[in-house]
Design a protein around this ligand. Structure first.
Ligand code: ATP
Ligand code: MG
Length: 344
C-alpha cells in the first residue's frame, strides 16, 4: 500500500505579514522638545522593535508639506538637512529604518492627486489645522493648506503603513486619512490598511507660553539640540503657575507646564512638585533645574548633531540611499493603484 502525500497546506493570500510604521516631520523649523517627547521617541522605539521583530519603519522629512508655510528655498534646503541630522542624532539609524526626504520620492504627489478624487472638499474645510492656518497666515491661504491631509494620507499609505507614531495634534488628520482610505477601498476594492496613530505618554507638550501646543511655526519652543545658553533662555521664558504671584504663595504644580515637564526628566518629580506646593522652592529654581536636565539629557545628541552637520555630503548620501530604499514599495503601490483605478 502506498502512502498518499499530504495535500499542500492552504496558503493565505499575500498580505503584509507585519505592521509597517510610517511618520513624517516638517522641516519648518528646528527640532523641539514637543517633537521628541510626543513623536520622535516613538519613531526610535518602533524602529528598534521593528529591527528585532522584523517589521519596517519608514520616516520622512516632509518638505512638500513645509512648502505650505516656508517659501524661502535656501531656508527650506538647510532645514531639511538639519532635520535629518536631528533625527539621526536622536536615535534614528538609517541601517535599521528607512529615512528619506519626501520630495525625493515624488510618487506621493501622484497618489495625492488620485486621493483628491475620492475626498470631498467638505472634509478638508472642516479640518481644525486648516481653520487655524486661515487665521495664522490669512495672506497665504494656499491650496496646499487645504489638501495637506490628503498628501499626508498618501504619505502613509504609499508604504501601506498601519502604525503612525505622532503627537495628539495629528489625531484629526489621522482620522481623515482613515476616511480617505475607506473611501478609496470602497470605490476600488480593498487596497490599503487603515492607519492608526501611536502616541507616547506625552502626546501634547505645551509651548513656553503654557497655552498653545509647542510648535515650530509658533516659535514657543524649547530647541533641544541648540546650545545650552539658548535652552536656558527658552526655559527661563516659560509661563508657569499664573495663580502664584508672590514667591511665598503656595504653587499649583499640576497646572504648571514647567512642573509637568519635570515628569519626563527624573524620577524625583513628586519632590519637586511638593517643593512648589509648599513654596519651599520658587518657579525660578524649578526652571533652572529643568533647563539643566534638558541640556544634560540631550548633550550626546547635540554632539552627534554637530558632527553630522559638519559632513553634509555624508548626510546627503544617507538621504539618497533612504529614497532608493523606499522606491520599490512606492512603485509597487502605484502600479497597483493605477491598475485598480483604470489608468494605463
Ligand atoms: P509646525 O508648527 O510647522 O506644524 P510642529 O512643531 O507642529 O511644526 P511637525 O513637523 O508638524 O512639528 O510635527 C512632527 C511630529 O511632532 C508630529 O507627529 C506631531 O504630532 C509631533 N508634535 C509636534 N508638536 C508637538 C507637541 N507640542 N507635543 C507633542 N507632539 C508634537
Ligand atoms: Mg505641526
Amino acid at each position: 500500500m502506498t502512502t498518499q502525500a499530504a495535500p499542500a497546506p492552504h496558503r493565505a493570500p499575500d498580505l503584509p505579514a507585519r505592521p509597517r510604521a510610517f511618520s513624517g516631520i516638517q522641516p519648518s523649523g528646528v527640532m523641539h522638545l514637543g517633537n521628541d517627547l510626543g513623536a520622535v521617541r516613538n519613531y526610535v522605539a518602533l524602529q528598534d522593535r521593528g529591527a528585532v521583530e522584523g517589521f519596517e519603519t519608514i520616516y520622512c522629512i516632509v518638505d512638500y508639506h513645509a512648502l505650505t508655510s516656508t517659501h524661502d528655498p535656501a531656508v527650506l534646503r538647510s532645514r531639511t538637512l538639519e532635520m535629518a541630522a536631528s533625527l539621526i542624532a536622536l536615535g534614528l539609524d538609517p541601517d535599521k529604518c528607512t529615512l528619506f526626504v519626501q520630495s525625493d520620492r515624488p510618487e506621493v504627489t501622484e497618489l495625492c492627486w488620485l486621493f483628491n478624487t475620492v475626498t470631498p472638499v467638505g472634509w478638508l474645510q472642516r479640518t481644525p489645522t486648516y481653520k487655524e492656518k486661515r487665521l495664522t497666515q490669512p495672506e497665504d491661504v494656499n491650496h496646499g493648506l487645504l489638501t495637506y491631509p490628503v498628501l499626508q494620507a498618501a504619505d502613509i499609505v504609499l508604504y501601506k503603513a498601519s502604525l503612525v507614531p505622532v503627537g495628539r495634534d495629528q489625531a484629526a488628520h489621522l482620522e481623515l486619512s482613515r476616511e480617505i482610505v475607506r473611501a478609496f477601498n470602497a470605490r476600488y476594492g480593498e487596497t490599503f490598511p487603515e492607519p492608526k496613530a501611536v502616541y507616547t505618554e506625552a502626546p501634547v507638550v505645551l509651548g513656553t507660553d503654557g497655552v498653545k501646543k509647542m510648535s515650530k511655526s509658533i516659535g514657543n519652543t524649547i530647541d533641544i539640540l541648540a546650545e545650552p545658553e539658548v535652552i536656558r533662555k527658552q526655559v527661563t521664558s516659560m509661563v508657569t503657575d499664573t495663580r502664584r504671584i508672590l514667591r511665598s504663595d503656595p504653587g499649583h504644580p499640576e497646572v504648571c507646564n514647567v512642573c509637568r515637564l519635570h515628569r519626563f526628566f527624573g524620577d524625583d518629580y513628586e519632590a519637586i512638585w511638593e517643593g512648589e506646593r509648599t513654596a519651599r522652592t520658587g518657579c525660578v529654581d524649578t526652571k533652572k533645574l529643568l533647563a539643566e536636565r534638558i541640556t544634560a539629557r540631550y548633550a550626546g545628541a547635540r554632539e552627534t548633531y554637530r558632527e553630522l552637520m559638519a559632513d553634509q555630503t555624508k548626510l546627503r548620501r544617507i538621504l539618497d540611499a533612504g529614497a532608493e530604499k523606499a522606491r520599490p514599495i512606492a512603485e509597487a503601490t502605484m502600479a497597483e493603484v493605477r491598475e485598480r483605478m483604470g489608468l494605463r
